[in-house]
Design a protein around this ligand. Structure first.
Ligand code: FAD
Length: 458
């Protein structure tokens, strides 16, 4: 342990600092696949304000120690992993909703405010914060802003990036800046706010966020439409979109996902169909009824084998609980689950899904495929035993082929989970080399000593 650094951290944090191996061990992980050799951070600190964050960054510079910001640690792509001598900064003591402005439709929050709490607080005032990652019960707004997290409602409402108007950020030289103003519309200067949203904690540390809220939709209605053929399901998606309105959600689950959810969390899903579409309509009751009639007609014309509609809010929620349990259900199949995240033009969903099934058949890997069909954003959940050397090697090959397939279909590496450590080797295949060069220059400009979450993305 670096004694001199410890003494300086002690002065800032008193007892809010961890250094024993058994205490810091969990902070070496996120939900990405376990690396062969795990590297532990030197220290974990719990700041309570941005001044402490700034002082810690200055110590990072002085002692050449990296700073890794961390929320709930549910990142799928290794964004929270430790790669150098590091201090992990955990924001659990900065979790407050500071202010809601009902007139201006804004909410000021600290980075560890949990998304579910933000949603519920907004709804108490008949307001709405749409981003809804499936793990919203634990996912923090700091992590969601750093990744620009999305979710099923992204199709209609956009992702986190569309709801951030201002950030307080601690930069790599210890300076504390505001990136914009707490206003909904603003083109004053470069859009620094947008630059930090989705920067995966590599450009600076977010210590306060001003979110934009919108009025809460009055009602919602969830429909499940089962299909015997994947192509029929995706053509129903296109027909719904072409009919002149946008559902809040158009999610797709394949047969393996439906069967796995039903096996471990019986909730009445039909397991003999190739795919199910989960469609949520929301808005004023009259609009929802009007759109629902159109959707039902389209589903029937698209040859839906069975259509089940929630009759009340309790049934809406029951369907959503089943949908959100998919990751947990897949974890029961094999010791490890790796969730991937690729995105293609909506017209290419069928070749993507069929291609993933072929790749997994070739390498003998169990896969449950689901995703946001409206956005072309597909998540294959691979159920594996990574302690089996051959299976691990096969998975690496399958992963290479998955990303190559998505890119060959005009798609990209991530719709919402980011690049982190896990996907950086594929970045050159997905982006123009000039774009990567300028992204690296931006990183160097903000963090010339490479101490803020280093070796992620590039
Ligand atoms: C079961 C499950 C379901 C999921 N469903 C979805 C989904 O539907 N949609 C989706 O988009 N994602 C999903 N995810 C991925 C991920 O959990 C989310 O993106 C989530 O919002 C990340 O939040 P977190 O608090 O866990 O962030 P963390 O994992 O702690 O951090 C994520 C990244 O942000 C950085 N970071 C954290 N806090 C800060 C800060 N204050 N300043 C700067 N950088 C920071 C970290 O360094 C890291 O690079 C899911 C994950 C799981 C395990």
């Amino acid at each position: 342990m670096d004694k001199a650094l410890f003494e300086e951290l002690k002065r800032i944090y008193k007892d809010d600092i961890l250094y024993k191996k058994e205490d810091i061990y969990p902070y070496a992980y996120d939900t990405s696949p376990n690396p062969k050799e795990i590297m532990l951070p030197e220290f974990v600190v719990y700041p309570t304000n941005s001044s402490q964050v700034s002082q810690t960054v200055l110590l990072g510079l002085k002692y050449n120690v990296s700073i890794i910001p961390r929320g709930a640690g549910t990142c799928h792509c290794g964004g929270c992993r430790v790669k150098t001598k590091s201090i992990v900064m955990h924001f659990s003591k900065m979790d407050k909703i500071l202010e809601i402005n009902k007139e201006d439709l804004t909410m000021r929050v600290q980075p560890n405010a949990v998304i579910k709490n933000i949603n519920e607080k907004a709804e108490e005032l008949n307001l709405f914060f749409p981003p809804d990652p499936s793990n919203l019960a634990v996912s923090t707004i700091g992590g969601a802003v750093a990744l620009s997290s999305g979710g099923p409602r992204t199709f209609k409402y956009g992702s986190t990036k569309d709801y951030v108007v201002n950030l307080e950020v601690v930069l790599a030289d210890g300076k504390i800046i505001k990136t914009g103003s707490d206003i909904a519309k603003n083109v004053t200067g470069y859009n620094l706010t947008s630059l930090f949203v989705g920067s995966e904690g590599t450009l600076g540390i977010i210590t306060e966020i001003t979110l934009k809220l919108i009025p809460k939709p009055q009602t919602r209605l969830v429909t499940l439409a089962y299909f015997n053929d994947l192509l029929e399901a995706t053509s129903a998606v296109n027909s719904i979109i072409n009919s002149g309105f946008i559902p809040a959600t158009l999610d797709l689950l394949d047969k393996n996902t439906i069967t796995t959810i039903e096996k471990y969390n019986p909730c009445g899903l039909l397991c003999d169909k190739e795919a199910v579409l989960l469609i949520e309509l929301d808005g004023f009751r009259e609009c929802v009824d009007f759109e629902c009639a159109k959707v039902l007609k389209i589903l029937k014309e698209s040859n839906a084998a069975q259509i089940i509609q929630a009759q009340n809010e309790e049934e809406n929620e029951k369907i959503w609980r089943a949908r959100r349990s998919s990751f947990a259900a897949v974890t029961k199949l094999r010791p490890n689950v790796i969730t991937e995240d690729v995105v293609v033009p909506r017209s290419k969903i069928v070749p993507l899904v069929r291609g993933i099934q072929d790749i997994c058949a070739k390498y003998n890997i169990i896969v449950c495929i689901m995703g946001h069909a409206g956005d072309g954003n597909i998540h294959p959940n691979f159920a594996l035993d990574l302690s089996d050397r051959l299976e691990k090697e096969n998975f690496e090959k399958a992963k290479d082929e998955l990303f190559a397939l998505a890119i060959s279909l005009g798609g990209s590496l991530s719709g919402e989970h980011g690049i982190g450590y896990e996907k950086k080797k594929y970045l050159k295949d997905a982006l123009d080399s000039g774009a990567i060069e300028y992204m690296e220059k931006i990183k160097k400009l903000f963090d010339p000593n490479n101490i803020i979450n280093p070796y992620k993305m590039f």
